[in-house]
Design a protein around this ligand. Structure first.
Ligand code: VG1
Ligand code: CO
Length: 550
């Protein structure tokens, strides 16, 4: 075994997006592509103290969602870590760790940080996407200062430091060695399961399954499977087979592990069938997202956050109440109404979980959520799919109410925020950028303008000043806020790997119970027309409608 220094050429496209660096597998498989990014990361981490050896004696956590290239990437990262001073790596067995589990392990074992190998909800397999992101010692996604520093480093990188040690056996639990670095292969589920036991009343949940409660959890052939099987079927006694597509596959079995009503049609069909189980749920590629459903009923993620906030004290982990709540800007304002009623601080952040980290660390919020099927809490620093499933199970157990009952009675009390997101995928980058630039230029003329019965009370480009460290994030999306509570929001995706994706978010508020059970898309047609009128999406893109409407 020896540590080698190898010259390398710069790649100019390694800027992390909303959640780490995501590219096509073919891009990542180019010689030195992954290595360069990891080397730059390790250099930046080492430079975080005056010795320039900050990783000496430190522990990193490593694991991924099991997609194609996961295993090769693990071996490469170990060789780089060993050559850059890392003392110890905690590696999920088989190279597997869900994103929430990485966060949980970092926190419970007080690691220096962790590396997550995942492109999350993006498709996998040899023609799909791969991704990598760094989580800091709080268990959460690196902040923008760190990701920008890594990007800057990738642009001046000249050499790699790596060990030529043989590959380790990542399927064998226990200790191994790469140079002087210790690798401990750990059970990917154990720490996470221990944390769930601390938050939820497992006896209550066991009782529900004993009395015949049924559920279907679709793990979409992604990393959530082993966690859901171990906890729901193994510990809580849900009937065998309740968790389907439970084996993480390198190509997700051809499924698109992005749980929404379009990609989870099989689950929806089961939930609409005559013999539907009581409860349905799905998770994404790295198991941080969740979709929850009742019989014949889909819960929108924004509503999910609002209901969790309203009922949190029913859950042992939150029985003393919440410190506050936060939602990403495009997420519906349903939770704002609950926060107001409960007297809780409510924060509006840019898209991406990294913006919740400071609020959680500072004890300003307990629950957070995004419209993109993500909810989570201060128990870790990532959104958490299985946690959300356990939360919703607990709500049903504690109240004896069905999912549909819970949601519709919530609307009666707080009103309903009708909500949809329209994605226009694969737009030429120049077209998408021009559309956004023109919208930004038109903001002054949109302010105060009337569309039908509605008037724009605020037209702006969302900017966020972090209340904890005062850092400012600009250009986070164009917002049209209307006088009746409706909103139209435009932003470009930061996780895609092909062309640009325009996300259009539409929301309207309805407090009249008579009108709270209408089809969502129909209810929002008028706002979609406003969006088209001001942005000219169809004319500019040549598309006749969104690629996905959820
Ligand atoms: C999307 C979602 C965002 C989420 C991010 C990562 O980002 O909109 O809410 O935090 O994905 O989720 P964007 O920039 O494409 O809109 V995950 O589960 O893919 O890591
Ligand atoms: Co994800």
């Amino acid at each position: 075994m020896a540590i080698q220094t190898i010259p390398t050429q710069v790649f100019t496209d390694q800027r992390p997006g909303t959640s780490g660096l995501r590219k096509k597998v073919g891009v990542f498989m180019q010689p030195h592509y992954l290595e360069n990014f990891v080397q730059a990361l390790l250099n930046v981490l080492n430079a975080s103290d005056a010795s320039n050896q900050a990783l000496q004696g430190k522990t990193l956590v490593l694991g991924g969602d099991g997609r194609f290239y996961n295993r090769a990437a693990v071996q490469m990262i170990l060789k780089l870590a060993a050559a850059n001073g890392v003392a110890r790596v905690l590696l999920g067995c088989g190279g597997i760790l869900s994103t929430p589990a990485v966060s949980a392990v970092i926190r419970r074992r007080q690691a220096f940080g962790g590396i997550v190998l995942s492109a999350s909800h993006n498709p996998g397999g040899p023609d799909g996407d791969f991704g990598i992101k760094y989580n800091a010692g709080n268990g959460g996604p690196a902040n923008e200062t760190l990701t920008e520093a890594v990007f800057a480093r990738t642009k001046v990188l000249t050499e790699l430091h790596l060990s030529n040690a043989p590959d380790i056996d990542m399927d064998r639990l226990g200790l191994q060695q790469v140079e002087h670095m210790q690798v401990e292969v750990i059970d990917p589920v154990a720490d996470y399961a221990a944390l769930m036991r601390e938050l939820f009343d497992f006896d209550l949940l066991r009782g529900m399954f004993n009395r015949g409660f049924t559920l279907r959890v679709d793990a979409m052939n992604a990393v959530g499977g082993p966690y859901a099987k171990a906890i729901l079927e193994g510990e809580l006694g849900a009937p065998a087979g309740s968790v389907v597509n439970a084996e993480p596959l390198e190509d997700f079995g051809g499924l698109h592990p992005d749980p929404n009503p379009v990609n989870a049609q099989d689950l929806i069909a089961h939930m609409n069938a005559a013999d539907a189980p009581d409860f349905g749920a799905a998770m994404d590629g790295d198991a941080d997202r969740n979709m929850v459903l009742g019989r014949n009923f889909v819960v929108t993620p924004s509503d999910s956050l609002a209901l969790m906030t309203a009922h949190a004290t029913l859950i042992p982990g939150y029985k003393d109440g919440l410190l506050g709540v936060a939602r990403s800007m495009p997420t519906s304002a349903a939770v704002d109404r609950v926060a107001k009623a409960l007297g809780l601080p409510c924060f509006e952040t840019p898209t991406g979980w990294k913006f919740f980290g400071n609020l959680l660390d500072a004890g300003r919020v307990t629950l957070c959520g995004e419209e993109s099927y993500g909810t989570g809490s201060s128990h870790i620093r990532e959104k958490d799919g299985l946690w959300a499933i356990l939360f919703w199970l607990s709500l049903q157990g504690a109240t004896g109410k069905s999912v549909q009952d819970l949601v519709t009675s919530h609307w009666l009390l707080y009103g309903r925020n009708y909500y949809t997101r329209h994605d226009y995928e694969g737009i030429a980058v120049e077209v998408a950028n021009a559309l956004m630039a023109d919208l930004r230029a038109a903001l002054p003329t949109l302010q105060g303008r009337a569309f039908g019965q509605r008037t724009v009370s605020l037209a702006d480009d969302f900017a966020y000043t972090d209340p904890v460290d005062a850092s400012v994030s600009k250009n986070q999306g164009v917002r049209l806020l209307f006088d009746d509570g409706a909103r139209v929001i435009f932003r470009l995706s930061g996780t895609g790997t092909e062309g640009a994706t325009l996300r259009l978010y539409l929301e309207s508020y309805e407090d009249d119970p008579v009108h709270q059970n209408e089809p969502v898309q129909a209810k929002l047609t008028e706002l979609a027309a406003v969006a088209e009128q001001v942005a000219g999406i169809r004319i500019r893109t040549g598309m006749t409608g969104p690629s996905v409407a959820t």
